[in-house]
Design a protein around this ligand. Structure first.
Ligand code: ADP
Length: 243
């Protein structure tokens, strides 16, 4: 994937969440955004997803500007998948329908095609026995795997993960991170906001450290974890990797 952020700013009222961030990424399969809470990671992800718009600056993904205009934005969103911390599944629908319905309503697939695809994905993520269960009948890890299956169902070019394991205990986090790592290994481009430094170290090609609304440092995974240059990143990693 190619991602280009050029002098991107985003404010909420008086508060400047992103303060002119720049990033030029060519030919990476996975990018992780790391950094202290409140630094601007999720905001960056939402802007890349086109869920919100910057106040100034430009964002392009695979050499296409993330559009602002509604119909172009609808098409752009069809080329990406987004996975949120809180799964965002429909509570009244079972797992199969949670995956199949957007395919039918947004991506113009037939009902039977959508259901077949949903079942195929549930099988791939070892959830075949749970297709008829609603989110309240599934564990957090299972729900997040359903959400990942849903994000993949229309075969997007890029999947964006916003703190996908923050709501999960360590065992469930591991089962979700295994799935994400597998997707990356299979060649799916991913951008991931995460606090899981072990995962970031293991699974990213490229890492951006976002702090106080700036990309304070970015680079290949090994450079970031083994040769951090800025005191901010050094201190952050020391703290995060202590326990
Ligand atoms: P991170 O993901 O690094 O924890 P965020 O991108 O969520 O950081 O937030 C960056 C800053 O922007 C924080 O100060 C946060 O409170 C603020 N912020 C994020 N989203 C909103 C919003 N919708 N309304 C107001 N402030 C927001």
């Amino acid at each position: 994937m190619k991602i280009h952020l050029d002098q991107v700013t985003k404010s909420y009222g008086e508060h400047r969440a992103l303060d002119g961030i720049c990033l030029e990424l060519e030919d990476a399969r996975s990018l992780t955004l790391i950094g202290p809470s409140g630094g601007g990671k999720s905001t960056t992800l939402r802007l890349i997803a086109g869920l919100e718009h910057p106040n100034s600056g430009y964002i392009s993904v695979n050499e296409q500007l993330v559009p602002r205009e509604e119909s172009a934005l609808r098409n752009y969103r069809k080329s990406i998948g987004v996975v949120f911390q809180s799964y965002n599944l429909f509570p009244h629908l079972d797992a199969v329908t949670n995956i199949a319905l957007p395919l039918e309503k947004v991506h113009d697939c037939s009902k039977s095609e959508s259901i077949d695809r949903a079942n195929e994905l549930l099988k791939r993520f070892k959830l075949a026995a749970h297709g008829n269960k609603r989110p309240s009948e599934l564990s957090g890890g299972q729900n997040q795997r359903v959400a990942i299956a849903r994000s993949l169902a229309h075969d997007p070019d890029l999947i964006l993960f916003d703190e996908p394991t923050s709501a999960l205990d360590p065992e469930m986090s591991a089962e979700v991170l295994d799935v994400i790592e597998e997707l990356i290994q299979q060649g799916k481009d991913c951008v991931i906001v995460t606090h899981q430094m072990g995962f970031a170290k293991r699974a990213s090609d490229f890492v951006a450290f976002i702090s106080k609304g700036k990309i304070a440092e970015s680079g290949r995974c090994q450079e970031i974890f083994e040769q951090a240059k800025t005191p901010g990143l050094q201190q952050f990693l020391e703290r995060e990797l202590k326990y």
